[in-house]
Design a protein around this ligand. Structure first.
Ligand code: SF4
Ligand code: FES
Length: 248
């Protein structure tokens, strides 16, 4: 396939930034989106031009580093991570727009790379337990009902990619925060800090300039890990309970 890429280029956080067009030829349908960017970057480097900066690590849909907005959709046309998106999702002659996550809480560092440290600071505010872990306990030493274990596990699959923020018209980080609150709040080990955790994490979320949640649902629609919207209901329930009980 031959495609036209229109890529957001921005030298640094104070640069205005602009879309720049590139022709990419002989693109295999089996390439991942990031491999296609690698090929373009090789050509730019050989030509003495600045390669396009983009974030990535595992390239297996695990680390959450690789998100970009493709044709206006966080992670592109498939519900997956950008590293797991393949060029077979596009066709010969396509023009593809590639932009960084757009949110006040995710300042652009360079080109497609944004600073997602705001998500780390939400975790630091309360996404932990104080129970001593010690060595691996015997299985079933702490019984957890299957439905709770499944829900905790599903919430724990959040990889912190930030697509939910990029997709939200309010740039809210509430689906991410709700996934973390739900993951720990469903397990016995997460109970001692449960009331304080939700208040601390929501306060940090608001301090980081994320927007408020108005239940639009764009976040869940693009989430590559299928974090459900009702985790936000659970967060709200925990938050109200915590504020009402004064146990913060
Ligand atoms: S909730 Fe989904 S979209 Fe948001 S950070 Fe977690 S994995 Fe990414
Ligand atoms: S590079 Fe790790 S999830 Fe994409």
């Amino acid at each position: 396939m031959n495609i036209t890429l229109r890529v957001w280029r921005q030298k640094g956080k104070d640069d205005e930034g602009r879309m720049v067009s590139y022709q990419v030829e002989d693109v295999s349908q089996d390439m991942s989106f990031l491999e296609m960017l690698d090929v373009l970057n090789e050509k730019l480097t050989v030509a003495g031009e600045d390669p396009i900066a983009f974030d990535h690590d595992c390239r297996e849909g695990i680390c959450g580093a690789c998100g970009v907005v493709i044709n206006g959709i966080a992670h592109g046309p498939e519900v997956t991570t950008t590293c797991q998106l393949h060029m077979r999702s596009f066709k010969d002659g396509d023009t593809i727009d590639v932009e960084p996550w757009r949110a006040k809480a995710f300042p652009v560092i360079k080109d497609l790379v944004v600073d997602r440290g705001s998500l780390d600071r939400i975790i630091q505010a309360g996404g932990y337990i104080s129970a001593p872990t010690g060595t691996a306990p015997d299985a079933h030493a702490v019984p957890v009902p299957k439905t709770d274990a499944d829900r905790a596990f599903d919430a724990a699959t959040c990889i912190g990619c930030g697509a939910c923020v990029a997709a939200c018209p309010n740039a809210s980080g509430m689906l991410f925060t709700a996934a973390k609150v739900t993951h720990l709040g469903m397990l016995p080990q997460g109970q001692p800090e449960r009331a304080a955790r939700v208040v601390k994490m929501v306060n940090q979320h608001d301090e980081e300039d994320f927007g408020g949640c108005t239940n639009i649902g764009e976040c869940a629609a693009v989430c590559p890990k299928g974090i459900p919207l009702d985790t936000i209901s659970q967060l709200n329930k925990d938050l109200l309970g915590s504020l009402a009980s004064g146990k913060m």
